[in-house]
Design a protein around this ligand. Structure first.
Ligand code: HEC
Length: 101
């Protein structure tokens, strides 16, 4: 809870949506780049994990599905024990990578 408050207050001056995307991007770079290509400029990652852009581009990807996926542990992925705020920020960030038609 405390961590969530600190995260939220750090980025206070930005509008809520932009702030969430930024927070999620920062978390993704810190925690997810070991296996996933998180940003377009990034090259190295493992072959077994899809890039965040690929995940975002799938028509079946929804905020609810991503949230559900990140809520439980996985054999191939470490359990990050993400808070609700962190999960929400990561989901918002991943979906922000979806190409606008
Ligand atoms: C140790 C490597 C590793 C790390 C670190 C990691 N992942 Fe993953 N992730 C994987 C692998 C491998 C898969 C594919 C596994 C599968 O399909 O079951 C995956 C799958 C996923 C999926 C589902 C993709 C789909 O096919 O629907 C999401 C969403 C995801 N990761 C998000 C994250 C986020 C967010 C982080 C950072 C908080 C993260 N991952 C960190 C290895 C990792």
């Amino acid at each position: 809870m405390k961590r969530a408050l600190v995260l939220a207050s750090l980025l206070m001056p930005l509008p809520a949506a932009a702030q969430t995307v930024q927070t999620g991007g920062a978390l993704a770079v810190r925690w997810c780049t070991a296996c996933h290509v998180v940003e377009a400029s990034q090259r190295l990652a493992t072959d077994s994990a899809p890039s965040f852009r690929t995940i975002a581009a799938r028509p079946e990807t929804t905020a609810a599905k991503l949230d559900g996926y990140l809520s439980v542990g996985h054999t191939l992925m470490p359990d990050f024990s993400l808070s609700t705020v962190e999960r929400n920020a990561l989901v918002t960030y991943i979906l922000s990578l979806r190409e606008k038609p």
